[in-house]
Design a protein around this ligand. Structure first.
Ligand code: EPZ
Length: 421
């Protein structure tokens, strides 16, 4: 059993300098399983070196694919001889994105048997919309004992109207439909940048997907997908986390290799707070104005304010002047980080889905524990802001979504290190 670790941060230093973001976690964890649809070997570049990507490579190998993976560089996947379509409990539970093997295996060979996915405990996370999509394409789906089994004699095109906007189900519907005979329409689709990235990956193999990034996606089924080399987009949420950390420490940080257009909702909110945000082609510079105003944040599906940045920006708002509200509309239990922020001196009250944050002069370092990925990111932001020493236990949650987080923060002047407990 590897030693447990903790992050140790001595806060109070303004961050400054340049940092380069890695490839996107939420796009990579969809593109890697999607390679099962390819009839030839394909190579994916710019994958972040994070635990979730390594877990997916293991599952692909267990399914019979041959996988060459150089973390942080590329992964080559040859799925031509995959026969298996079962992903067991222990593997599926490792991450939420194991559900993408459902759409990929159904689209590849018309069947799958996969245990319910794991992932951050941020509220109830059913997969009813995923199943609705599979049924619309002609699959019989059976859920029992925590496993989902689906089979389609022949996948046929269909119309899929999602009852709610869902990233995972939108991507899974694309994966299952890309080789289904006829034209499939997806209505009320999610529009996140990684939806577009997955569609671009499939189209670079010869798929015929139009409308990704809008409410309606049209998919014309194709019989064959050729090999390709594809580079995934930079991580929208890592970019946002560094923007928030730069502002929260009253610093001056430039995030390089990002896509500023993906960050508009956060940039606008930071401007409201009194932070200067300057965009260039593939970089964003964030400079604190020295005084932060309280604001109201409400999470929405893209292009609204991302739910994955709700927790980090809450940390920033703990010392803004006045009372801010943060309303989480996507998940029903994404406030687990508030207790630790209160330990650090934050003044936060919860009213249903809204957190009311009354600004305090400063946070004070404290021992804390990450309860989920972005809650852990919020504790890092708070630790960088706080006077004194903050310890963050269970940092493995954070490692699932941020590549080399302490090295990147140290390059910006942060006093952060990883210690064995
Ligand atoms: C993806 O989760 C991301 N995870 C999440 O990021 C992100 O917070 C979320 O999208 C929203 O952007 C990955 O991409 C691996 P949803 P997902 O389906 O697909 C409900 C992170 O920190 N819903 O868009 O699970 C669901 O319960 C993680 O990187 C159903 O009711 O999100 C939620 O309330 C956390 N039925 C809402 O829809 C379904 O069948 C949005 O969920 C599916 C979803």
């Amino acid at each position: 059993m590897p030693d447990k670790e903790k992050l140790v941060i001595t806060g109070g230093n303004p961050l400054s300098g340049d940092v380069r973001v890695s490839g996107g976690k939420n796009t990579s964890v969809a593109v890697v399983p999607a390679a099962l649809l390819c009839d030839e070997p394909c190579t994916i570049e710019n994958l972040p070196d994070i635990n979730d990507v390594a877990a997916l490579a293991d599952i692909l190998r267990k399914l019979g694919a041959s996988v060459t993976y150089e973390p942080g560089r590329f992964m080559t996947i040859d799925a031509q001889y995959v026969k298996d379509s079962h992903v067991g409990y222990r593997d599926a539970q490792k991450l939420r994105a194991s559900y993408y093997f459902m759409g990929a295996l159904l689209g590849r060979g018309g069947k799958f048997n996969i245990a319910y996915p794991g992932g951050c405990e941020i509220g109830s996370r059913p997969i009813d919309q995923h199943i609705k999509a599979f049924k619309a394409l002609g699959a019989a789906v059976d859920e029992k004992g925590g496993d989902v089994a689906a089979e389609a004699k022949e996948l046929v095109s269909g119309n899929i109207f999602f009852d709610i906007v869902t990233v995972g189900a939108t991507i899974n519907a694309m994966l299952a439909a890309v080789k289904a005979k006829g034209t499939t329409m997806i209505y009320n689709a999610a529009k996140e940048p990684h939806i577009v990235d997955v569609a671009n990956f499939l189209n670079s193999m010869g798929a015929k997907i139009k409308g990704a990034g809008t409410d309606n996606i049209r998919i014309r089924g194709v019989p064959y997908l050729r090999g390709c080399t594809y580079t995934v987009i930079p991580d929208q949420i890592e970019t946002g986390t560094f923007m928030i950390a730069g502002a929260a420490t009253y610093g001056d940080v430039t995030i390089r290799g990002c896509i500023p257009q993906h960050m508009e909702a956060l940039s606008a909110k930071l401007l409201e707070i009194g932070v200067r945000v300057t965009n260039s082609d593939d970089a964003i510079r964030v400079r604190s104005g020295g005084v932060h105003r309280s604001v109201n944040v409400k999470t929405q599906a893209y292009p609204g304010f991302p739910t994955d940045l709700q927790q980090p920006i809450t940390a920033l708002l703990t010392t803004a002047q006045g009372v801010s509200t943060v309303t989480e509309t996507i998940f029903n239990n994404r406030f687990k980080h508030l207790d630790d922020l209160r330990r650090m001196g934050a003044n936060i009250r919860c009213m249903g889905r809204a957190a009311l944050i009354e600004g305090v002069p400063r946070l004070l370092g404290s021992p804390t524990t990450a309860a989920d990925l972005r809650g852990g990111a919020a504790l890092i932001v708070a630790g960088l802001m706080a006077h004194g020493i903050t310890e963050i236990y269970e940092p493995e949650f954070i490692d699932r979504g941020y590549e080399h987080i302490e090295e990147k923060l140290r390059s910006l002047g942060a006093d952060i290190k990883r210690e064995s407990t």
